[in-house]
Each structure stands twice: as C-alpha cells, then as structure tokens.
Design a protein around this ligand. Structure first.
Ligand code: MG
Ligand code: MG
Length: 287
C-alpha cells in the first residue's frame, strides 16, 4: 500500500522482514566482492564474484539490464557499478580495467530476493590508501551515511535525514581541515518492490521539509563526496558519472527500514548494530 500523503510504499512487518532477507544476501555478496578487490584484479572480476554470490543465494540482479531503451539498448550491462578514482557512481565493470595499488574503488550493488529489492554500496582502497586525504574521504562519506541513518530513527520528514547528512559532511570537513564536495542531483530513494522508488532522499536539505516519514517505509541512504569540487559530468558511455575537476570521489549506501519500534539497517550484516552504537541506537532485529 502507499502512504497517506505521498506515493511512498508502506510495508508490513513481514514485508520488511523479506526486504531484510534480500539485504542479508546483499551484505554477504558485497563482502565477497570486497575480498575480490586486489591489485591486478579487473573490475569485471569483481562483478563476476558478486554475480556468483547472489546467484548462489537464489537472488537475481536489479542492476543488470537496468534502464536503457525499450529494445534493451543502453541498459546497464553488469551486476555491480564499479567506479574508480574520479568516477563517482555508475561505473561499468570492464575486463580492461585493471585495479592498481592505491586506486579508490566504489562498489554499488543490489539484488532481488523473492521480489524484494536491496541496494548498498561501499568505497575502499585497492591495497593501501595513497594519502590520508583519501582515508578521510571514505571516513567522511561513511560518517555522513550513518548520520543520515541515525537521523531516520527520529526523523519526521525526509529533509531531516538530508540535513543530518549535510551537517555531518560539514562537520567532517571542519575536523579534517578541508571542504568536501557534496555531489548533488544523485542521492537516496525509497526501495521495496522496486529498486528506485519515491521519495528522493537528497544529501543536502533542510529539517522539517520534504515528504513525511512513517513506519513501514524502506529507504536507501547514499551520500557521495569528492575531495574537490562537487560538479560532475556523465561520460560518453551514458552511465559513468565523473568529477569535473578530476578529484577522487567516494560513495557508500545502506538500505534501511523504519519500523514501529525503531530502524533496521537492512543491508548491514549486523542490522546496523556497530554503525549505530555511537548514536546510542539499538536497531530493530528483523531476522
Ligand atoms: Mg546503490
Ligand atoms: Mg541506491
């Protein structure tokens, strides 16, 4: 069913448990993808490892063949997005893209289990990070994601989450002695019976603005930050989003559920226990 004053899908407890099951499969498959990241591996290798992991769990890909024209042309050709260095999101895995020590790789992936969608992303370095700037970049992106997730525990409107993400980025920048680029135009979304649903969850915003939140909603929260300016462009391949100034970017994402009795991080193996601990939030156990 849909929410009272919006087109946001409202799920029963049983449905949220089903999305959680998809999220657990995704968490495991992303862990497999992470462990396949090494100097000399190609981004196609990472895609293959992920694809095998979800298939083994009985899930299918919601990335493969996403978008494109009615005849299928232009659709996304892989089960993960692999975005390296100045690529922000939507990078296409390739057997020609060999990962090198020091590359910054963002892996965005999803799966469908029993008709329910999950969506999550990680950023990591291939081998050691080339600089503390880049360690900070990933940490600031993860912190912004968790700030947004934590805000969802008490948020009344979508803007409360957006504000929490933005505020975290500004705080991290101040702590780290720089100003992170906050990529606009891309962001989080509702999720459930499809991958991309209402509402759009912007990574900047104002408290008290936007659609009302209610128990039964599932949202993907996904900040993306750059070490330079926030402007991005779409590449000639029709998918890959790159920073205009060539600076490196990071992107992390979890899908979460808003329940009557709290929140659950659907795509975290532990349901969000570790990530929410510093906020004093104990997530709902939907397993
Ligand atoms: Mg994603
Ligand atoms: Mg997403």
């Amino acid at each position: 069913m849909l929410g009272r004053d919006s087109a946001i899908e409202i799920h029963t407890r049983g449905e949220l448990q089903a999305v959680r099951a998809a999220g657990r499969v995704l968490a495991s498959a992303i862990a497999v993808a992470r462990s396949a990241v090494a100097p000399g591996a190609t981004t196609a290798d990472i895609d293959a490892a992920f694809a095998a992991a979800i298939a083994a769990a009985g899930a299918t890909s919601n990335f493969l063949n996403y978008g494109g024209a009615p005849d299928g042309s232009g659709a996304f050709p892989a089960t993960i997005c692999a975005s390296a260095n100045d690529e922000v999101v939507h990078g296409i895995p390739s057997s020609a893209r060999v990962l090198r020590e020091g590359d910054l790789l963002s892996i965005d992936a999803g799966c469908i289990l029993d008709g329910w969608h999950a969506d999550s992303a990680i950023s990591l370095h291939v081998g050691d990070a080339p600089s503390m700037d880049e360690v900070d970049l990933i940490a600031a992106t993860e912190a912004a994601m968790w700030a947004g997730i934590a805000a969802a525990a008490t948020a009344r409107r979508v803007g409360d989450i957006s504000w929490a993400i933005e505020t975290s980025v500004v705080r991290s920048g101040r702590d780290d002695g720089r100003r992170y680029g906050m990529v606009a135009g891309y962001g989080g979304h509702g999720i459930g019976s499809a991958m991309h649903m209402d509402p759009f969850v912007a990574n900047t915003g104002r408290r008290g603005k936007g659609p009302r939140l209610a128990a039964g909603m599932a949202l993907a929260i996904e900040p993306m930050l750059t070490l330079g300016r926030p402007q991005v462009d779409e590449s000639d391949d029709g998918w890959t989003v790159v920073t205009r100034d060539g600076s490196r970017a990071a992107h992390t994402e979890h899908s979460i559920a808003i329940c009557e009795d709290g929140i659950c991080v659907l795509t975290a193996a532990d349901g969000g226990v570790a990530g929410l601990a510093s906020y004093g939030i104990v997530p709902v156990d939907l397993d």
